[in-house]
Design a protein around this ligand. Sequence first.
Ligand code: F6P
Length: 491
Amino acid sequence: MADHASERPQQSGAAPILVASNRGPVSFRTEDDGSLSLRRGGGGLVSGLSAIDDPNAVWVCAALSDADRTAARQAPDGRLDLAGHDVGGQAVRMLDIDPETFARAYNGVANSTLWFVHHLLYQTPVQPAFDAGFRTEWAAYRAYNAAFAEALAAEAAPGAAVLVQDYHLSLAPALLRDLRPDLRIGHFSHTPWAPPEYYRLLPDDVAAAVLEGILGADRAAFLTRRWALAFADCCEAVLGAEVDRSALTVTHGGRTTRLGVHGLGADAEFLRERAHRPDVDERLAALREAVGDRRTIVRVDRTELSKNIVRGLLAYRHLLRTRPEWLGNVVHIAFAYPSRTDLAEYRDYTAAVQRVAEEINAEFGTADWQPLILHVNDDFPRSLAAYRLADVALVNPIRDGMNLVAKEVPVVSDHGCALVLSREAGAYAELADDAITVNPYDVIATADALAEALAMPPAERTDRTKRLAAAATALPPQQWFLDQLDALRQT
Ligand code: F6P
């Protein structure tokens, strides 16, 4: 970044490649002395975009905290001054959206409504109830999407490629097309897509607006074919759009949008290097000390309703209740780091996870054996240490766009790891052959799968892990990003 900073043009409208996402590649914190410090974020998109070595590329994101807002306000033309910080090569424009509007759009619509719809999370006898409060949130979501569309329109060079990310920004493609019909616009969904009968829980106008917003793009891409087809099904059912399932196109209102499938893979190079640094080794030693020579079942998730952590714990409890040979001989390591704590559902869910964990330790723990180690704070090197140590990895989401943990563990594992994988995770499409697959709602079947995984012969485990790692790394983040860019330019 430092190398390019001086070459960066000052005027707007010069970016040939743009990315837009709610969460950007950097965030800020206010230190005790009042100064701002910068942190670089992780994830597939950050790694993917590092493939672009174009000093004119721009990443547009939202300010998520007060410190972010201060940084955004101090930035010339809204662009952060990232000189000297390794953030991967592109300029970042952080949008200082009014905090109330942001909260209504992010918490109210994106995370409490669209996320719930796509992950099938509602308790439908009582939720959702789309009332006047929701209409206020929906107006905020439109304003938030409009702010992104305007910023992108101002930054983009003629004919530029714009890659809009995720359910936060489902309206932005159509809004941007109205402002700048010359642009090539792509949208990528990192989530699953709901089947039409569930999607139609949304108010009719909202259901249509979200689909028409995404159809404003030239390409709408997904992590698996299953989610792409679900989107097409919704376009047909809600909009009466014309769908070609073999060509993967949706035609509506005289325009055709191509659907794409890009199964984001794990970043093997980064993971293997990062997982062998001293901070990981230290944590691995501490975990080994706690576990002794017992087998380990590892899970690492955001504390997220869709990750199905509670049923995973119930399955472990069932395993201990029904297979006494494992008493004293296995430890379940569960790292569930905080997420979306502004939402009551997530706070309650974290409490439920902690409650079941305490029950398990109270029921089975002995003076020299703690059957379950649960941590609810974030520690990336500790997660990597657990990946290295795992005999079994448990990935049992109710529904998940991809689930990168399922792909990362086989890559990092020191001595091979059996993978218990939900058939509702996007990763199932690529990893099912060498995983032990489960219906995530079936606690007893999940316990059976854990028992089978714990008993897997070492040679079979090694072979399967090699094949899992190969499948998991087939499309590294940089190639994943470049493929989308190439496909968009060809539309
Ligand atoms: O899966 C969608 C997604 O946006 C991911 O890209 C990300 O890991 C996750 O949700 C985190 O969400 P948030 O930005 O709300 O913490």
